[in-house]
Design a protein around this ligand. Structure first.
Ligand code: C2E
Ligand code: MG
Ligand code: MG
Length: 959
């Protein structure tokens, strides 16, 4: 605020009202604010509140004179600075001096001129204003200095900085700011150098003193020392610097110094050092060494440790230039190292990381893992230096290699395993494609190793395998042979000599395997089933596929009797694959209980008694419906699954028998077994256990059907088995008899109580009189060996009748019943009776059997005629009525002499001739395309033929 804008306040104190009024007028007229007081007390009371800028006092006042009042005003702190002017009638020097002594600034004697008074008032007010401005300025200045000082001290405190000054003459150190605190001093009082040094850590004192002496002597250009201070039992680090001021002669006078508390930095440095040390220890322990790679000029600075890790003497390596590094790094790995760097720099990898080999001090290769990161960048932010470590991973690599070896080799033989072999084979295949040299792979499976182990013990088996392995290696070369399974080997075959072909090599392999092996003085020999697959020259196949092909070919060798080799055949492969899928499906079906038994009765056709049932397996296939055995049993002929399926059949049959027994239905069941089942060593044992599990089933309620051809293959075994079955009380039947060309001796050796005539002979009875002869002779044979004989395939009533006439009373076939689910059996049994013709028919006397054959011959003839005319047969049947079977019989001299007198016989001869004539007619018409006439002639002929058959039947019934 400027003085002009300030309306000054003037206080007037006078006991004379007229004086007061006059002064008030003069002053107010000049623009001042005027306050009046009539006496000293009033003035003292009002002045502090009104804060006048000037006080005019009358000297003589009754209550309290002006001098007294002035003294009191000057004594009041708030009013002390307010100028006091006296206005008085007294003009003596003593009064004036007295007034000035009490602090008055002016003295105006009455009377006075108003202008003079105003001039004096103005002067005093101006002085007052100037003083106040000065005061304010001083105050501001002081505040600013205080503030700055505080800021500085704060800054010093924050930065832990302090300062001191030393007067060298007087040896006094003055502390600036709070510096004394750093030295643990209670206040700022100056101390001597000796006193201050006492605060320094005893270990650091000599150093500090030396530095100070050097500085004083001018020996070092500056005084700078870092030391520890012990204050209040606490140690802190101080960084101290000072500058000395000297006189003209160079004598030091003063010094100004700064101190900084660097304890934190020191702690950090110590921690860093510790970390560094720990890192060193870690690097040592990890067998690692550090490096720094300046990638702008491709130089590597490697640490001592790094050099030591690689077995170099200290200083032997030093800085690596590009060329020097290339001499150290493995040539095969350098590319990988560069690539890893590129990837890291391109941001594709979080760190530079690569495993590579370095040449070590012994001239060998050391595997290291390098890991590094950028530590310096150029102005563009591009990495310029990478720092990292190399860790010696040789041991790890060795272990890895060992593990890889173990994982890729067979323990027993030391040969590569399948995985390793596949690798090797792939290599060999590539080479073969390059060189054009033919290549094949052989897959060998030792025959019967499981049995060998069982008989001679696993250790012996192992030695056999080891011996064979070394022979294979000797034959094919190390690395070319692998053990790919317990008893499976593979090898790569390549012509070793010109002209040598694959077959020679395979023969050689077979010989090597087969030549005797001596183990603990005992001589053994082995064979193998081998499959070979040749690499197609056009390629298009990988190692695994080639190996699989050889495996499949091996399987084929197994199937076709073992101890042989087979080449892979793509066409057959397709079949094999399908075959395997089907076998798998059967396995699945077994698991899903999709197999069931149907039952077909075996009966006495004449008396209608039911002998029992044959159990016939059916597969209730989820996708293909109800399947008959022909659709799956043959698939399992050589497959172990046949045993499982057969066992399931036996189990189901026994369960069914037990169930029927429980329900009061007494019957027997025959069940078919395959030859694989028969050769299963535990077949009988299992059967026995099953029977024991069903105590309600009597042993003679069960019969085992063995197919004749199967039994013939190993007659000794089957015959022993049948005897054991007989001992057990279980029946045995020879099934499909007649198909296996059994000799008499064969039948004699088998303890089969029942013979089942193969259905093919029975079905064809009507078409082929030869079959009738066979059926007849089987019946005779069975009779002479006291075996029961059952005819299978009794398809029609006629079949049954003919069989009965031939003396075969037991039958099974569609004319009796089709195979049925077990649930239908009880009802069928209740309702079934044989046809009347069966009940009535009798067995022909032996001498009349030729009549029957003659009749069958005629039936066969007319069937052949029909087939011919219907285009199902190429050749015409015999047209000469005397040359056919019936014609021969009808014209046989002995027959004519015996029956020629009989009307039926003569009539039959006549009609028979008509038949032949009709046949010729029908054939002729057919040849010229007169089909209707041909048909009419055939119909007529059949008609006539039926009459012939009736006549013959009647003849046979003669007494
Ligand atoms: P198989 O033991 O000779 O059985 C008789 C076969 O002839 C049955 O065929 C039966 O249905 C059929 N058959 C019965 N009557 C007639 C007929 O009047 N005319 C014709 N044409 N055929 C008739 P299926 O059931 O198809 O069985 C065929 C073969 O499968 C059986 O011949 C047997 O060797 C075998 N088989 C059936 N079930 C089993 C079984 O559970 N295990 C074994 N291992 N083989 C079985
Ligand atoms: Mg059978
Ligand atoms: Mg049969």
């Amino acid at each position: 605020m400027s003085e002009a804008s300030h309306q000054a306040t003037v206080m007037v104190v006078d006991d004379t009202p007229a004086n007061l009024t006059m002064l008030e007028e003069i002053l107010r007229g000049a623009g001042y604010r005027v306050v009046t007081a009539a006496g000293g007390r009033q003035a003292l009371e009002q002045a502090p509140r009104l804060a006048p800028d000037l006080i005019l006092l009358d000297l003589l006042m009754p209550e309290m004179d002006g001098i007294e009042l002035c003294r009191l005003l000057k004594a009041a702190p708030a009013l002390r600075a307010v100028p006091v002017m006296f206005i008085s009638g007294l003009d003596d020097v003593a009064s004036k001096l007295c007034a000035f002594e009490e602090g008055a600034v002016d003295y105006v004697s009455r009377p006075f001129a108003a202008e003079e008074l105003l001039a004096r008032v103005r002067t005093q007010l101006a002085l007052r204003a100037a003083r106040r401005a000065l005061e304010r300025q001083q105050h501001d200045l002081e505040a600013a200095v205080g503030q700055r000082t505080e800021q500085l001290l704060n800054a010093q405190r924050i930065a832990r900085i302090g300062a001191w000054a030393i007067d060298l003459e007087r040896d006094r150190i003055e502390w600036i700011g709070d510096t004394h605190r750093m030295f643990g001093l209670p206040d700022r009082s100056p101390v001597s150098f000796t006193e201050s040094i006492r605060r320094v850590h005893p270990q650091d004192r000599p150093r500090v003193e030396q530095a100070w002496r050097d500085a004083l002597a001018g020996e070092s250009p500056e005084y700078a020392v870092t030391y520890r201070v012990v204050a209040d039992g606490k140690v802190s680090w101080i960084d101290e610097r000072a500058e000395l001021q000297r006189d003209a002669t160079g004598r030091p006078l003063r010094a100004l110094g700064t101190v900084q508390d660097v304890s934190e930095r020191k702690a950090y440095e110590a921690a860093l050092r510790q970390q560094q040390e720990r890192l060193e220890v870690a690097l040592e322990a990890a067998n690692a060494g550090a490096w720094e790679w300046d990638i702008t000029d491709d130089r590597i600075r490697a640490s001592e440790r790094w050099a030591r890790m690689l077995g170099y003497a200290a200083g032997e390596v030093g800085e690596l230039t590009k060329g020097r590094w290339e001499a150290l790094a493995h040539p095969d790995d350098q590319h990988a190292v560069r690539r890893a760097l590129q990837q890291y720099l391109a941001g594709a990898a979080p760190a530079f990381e690569v495993e590579h080999r370095l040449r070590n001090g012994r001239g060998e290769w050391t595997w290291v893992r390098s890991v590094g990161r950028t530590v310096k960048r150029d102005a563009q932010g591009q990495a310029s230096t990478i720092a990292g470590i190399d860790v010696d991973i040789s041991q790890q690599k060795e272990q890895e290699a060992q593990l890889a070896y173990v994982a890729s080799h067979d323990e027993l033989t030391g040969l590569p395993n399948r995985m390793a072999f596949a690798h090797r084979l792939a290599e060999a295949m590539q080479q073969s494609h390059r060189t054009g040299q033919p290549l094949a792979v052989a897959y060998m499976d030792l025959d019967g190793l499981a049995e060998f182990n069982e008989r001679h013990g696993q250790p012996c088996g192992d030695r056999l395998i080891a011996e064979l392995a070394s022979r294979l290696v000797a034959c094919c070369g190390a690395g070319e042979v692998a053990r790919v399974g317990g008893d499976e080997f593979t090898c790569i075959l390549q012509a070793r000599a010109p002209g040598e072909d694959l077959e020679d090599q395979l023969e050689q392999l077979m010989r090597d395997i087969a030549s005797p092996v001596v183990i603990d003085g005992e001589v053994f020999s082995a064979t193998a089933s081998i499959g070979a697959a040749v690499l197609p020259p056009q390629g298009g196949i990988d190692a695994e596929q080639l190996l699989r092909q050889a495996d499949q070919a091996m399987y084929q060798s197994k199937l076709s009797g073992k101890n042989r080799y087979t080449f892979f055949d793509a066409e057959r492969d397709e079949i094999t694959r399908e075959y395997r899928a089907q076998v798998e499906d059967i396995r699945r079906g077994l698991d899903a209980n999709e197999f069931e038994l149907h039952y077909q009765p075996k009966v006495n056709m004449r008396f209608g008694t039911v002998l029992g049932f044959e159990a016939l397996v059916r597969w209730r296939h989820p996708g293909r419906g109800l399947l008959r055995p022909a659709e799956f049993i043959p698939l399992l002929e050589e497959h172990p699954l046949a045993i499982a399926l057969g066992e399931r059949g036996i189990a189901l049959a026994l369960e069914q028998l037990a169930a029927w027994n429980d329900s009061g239905l007494e019957t027997s069941v025959s069940i078919n077994v395959t030859s694989l089942q028969l050769h299963d060593p535990d077949f009988l044992g299992r059967l026995q256990r099953r029977l024991e599990a069903h105590p309600s089933v009597r042993r003679n309620q069960l019969e085992i059907e063995v197919v004749e051809t199967g039994a013939m293959r190993d007659i000794a075994h089957v015959s022993a088995l049948m005897e054991r079955l007989r001992d057990l009380g279980v029946g045995a039947a020879l099934d499909d008899f007649g198909t296996g060309f059994s000799s008499l001796t064969f039948l004699k050796r088998l303890a089969a109580g029942t013979i089942k005539i193969d259905q093919s002979f029975v079905c064809d009875l009507l078409d082929d009189q030869e079959h009738a002869v066979i059926v007849d002779s089987i019946c005779r044979l069975a009779e002479s060996f006291s075996r029961k004989v059952i005819a299978e395939g009794v398809e029609t009533e006629v079949h049954g009748r003919l069989l009965l006439e031939l003396g075969c009373e037991l039958g099974q076939g569609y004319a009796i019943a089709r195979p049925m689910p077990a649930a239908e059996v009880p009802e069928w049994m209740r309702g079934w009776t044989p046809p009347a013709s069966w009940r009535e028919s009798t067995m022909l006397p032996r001498e009349r059997v030729p009549e029957l054959f003659a009749e069958l011959g005629h039936r066969a003839w007319r069937n052949a005629l029909r087939s011919y005319l219907e285009g199902r047969r190429k050749s015409l049947p015999e047209l000469d009525p005397r040359a056919c079977r019936l014609g021969e019989w009808l014209s046989n001299a002995r027959v004519v002499s015996m029956l020629g007198h009989r009307e039926e016989f003569r009539r039959a001869r006549e009609l028979h001739e008509q038949c032949h004539a009709g046949a010729e007619r029908a054939a002729t018409c057919a040849r010229v395309g007169r089909m209707e006439d041909s048909q009419a002639a055939l119909d007529k002929t059949i008609d006539t033929s039926n009459q012939v058959l009736d006549l013959l039947k009647a003849l046979r019934k003669r007494p």
